[in-house]
Ligand binder design. Sequence first.
Ligand SMILES: Cc1cc2nc3c(=O)[nH]c(=O)nc-3n(C[C@H](O)[C@H](O)[C@H](O)COP(=O)(O)OP(=O)(O)OC[C@H]3O[C@@H](n4cnc5c(N)ncnc54)[C@H](O)[C@@H]3O)c2cc1C
Length: 484
Amino acid sequence: MPEQDDGLNKQQVLIIGAGNAGLCAGIAALQAGAISVAILDSAPRDLRGGNSALTKSMRFSWDDRAFIATLLRDPGQYGLDTILAGRPVYTDAQYFDDWLGVSGDQVDTALIKSITRRSHGTTAWMRAFGQRWVPRPDPLPGDVPVVFEGGGQGLQARNFAEFERLGGTVHYDSTVTDIERLSGDRFLVRGTGGTFPVVCDALVLASGGFEGDPRARERHLGGQWRDVKLRGVPFNNGAPLEAAVALGADTAGNWRKCHATPQGIGLPDYVLPRQMHESHLLTRYAFPLGIVVNREGRRFFDESAGYSNLTYVSLGQKIMEQPGRIAFQIFDGKVLEAGALPLGYLGDPAALTVRSLEEGAERLGIDAVRLRDEVDRLNKAGGDPVSPVADVSVRTPKRLESPPFLFVPVVSGLTFTYGGLSVTTDAQVRGGGKPIEGLYAAGVIVGGLYDEGYPAGTGLMAGAVLGRAAGTAAAGHAARTGGN
Ligand SMILES: Cc1cc2nc3c(=O)[nH]c(=O)nc-3n(C[C@H](O)[C@H](O)[C@H](O)COP(=O)(O)OP(=O)(O)OC[C@H]3O[C@@H](n4cnc5c(N)ncnc54)[C@H](O)[C@@H]3O)c2cc1C
């Protein structure tokens, strides 16, 4: 076992994973006075950033519209009334209700409540260390009105810059395979790459879920998920999660479920951090404006059950249960004429604009008779015509009648897995129901945050809140137990 007192092999605080959660932990640990803080990451430097680099927005609460202005680099440039249209405040209580409204039963409500309560303060903390936002260019009702400047790539560039400015080090091409608990509440971390082994006084696990490992997906989620396409990076192999469980960490949440959403059928097998723009164009979340059918021509999902940023995961999960694991979103001429569909839909080479439902069905291999029945039933139900405005279409029955029709084939893309570690609100990993001294977890590796659906923007927020808590607590633990 290495016991060098200097250099890489001995760290006060060691973090596995340089996503948003790991970098927030690193920044908080350095701010709290930790002397040596290092992050190990599987990715090479030019592919750094994790799934966090592919994101866009983070959901936080605010009870004062002036707060939104503080997040913008040049608030005078924008009209706050326009940015906040329809949502002047978003309270902790609304946030908590939105989260629980879609999440199912197998969640840790105390943990979720503590995250929603700390979302405002943590967002202000991120602003203070350099994060910046811009108004959301394509707001859907129910969305947070601002997104990260430069999207997830901008978020991560600023996170890395601050972590390194404070003196933290990131070691790339360093894949963790195994963790051992040593006496004195320290940890030994093994892996592949020149970095290993490393001993640390406090360890933060922030390596995402097991979404990148086909065998783990098959084991926990079921056979149909083995060959699913990933919306994110291929590096999140779940090894640190498994290693933590092997050393006695408690698990939490629903290990049989995951976050998956409708995507264009051009989605590759996985996406790299530098492909953020391509990735954003592949999302297919305008379904409340139309209908979604399977190959049998049947609807299998209530497209108008809620804002798409609350229901999109339920649709992604259901697509995996349909024949051929494919579905078709169909929009009518009024929606097309109104220009209501995002750019990605219009540029999708697999999308078809046709004069009739029958033509679209025939060309895409959908049962045309059943599709016609389904649409006739819908139109007879006497609903309002499909509205080109998403908030009007929500919770109203719809009609689909004016040609031309746009048919958009969609598949499910896996974003991340839900099962993970049990943590306290201070991000301490539990073992046998009690906190394991010196071991912390943040981000997607934490279980108990989601079960069925997922409210958009909460992944980054949970990672930031728990990352900050983990880094602060890890620095305190390292200082108490001796440090280097
Ligand atoms: C396309 C896409 C869009 C998304 N959009 C949003 C959004 O707009 N808002 C939102 O809140 N959430 C969004 N999410 C979800 C979001 O990515 C996650 O909630 C959040 O980024 C997770 O952060 P993390 O730090 O836990 O994981 P990640 O950012 O994935 O970081 C994990 C890191 O751990 C490293 N790692 C993994 N295994 C190992 C190992 N064995 N050894 C060493 N290193 C390892 C990886 O290389 C990676 O860098 C999106 C996800 C995707 C894929």
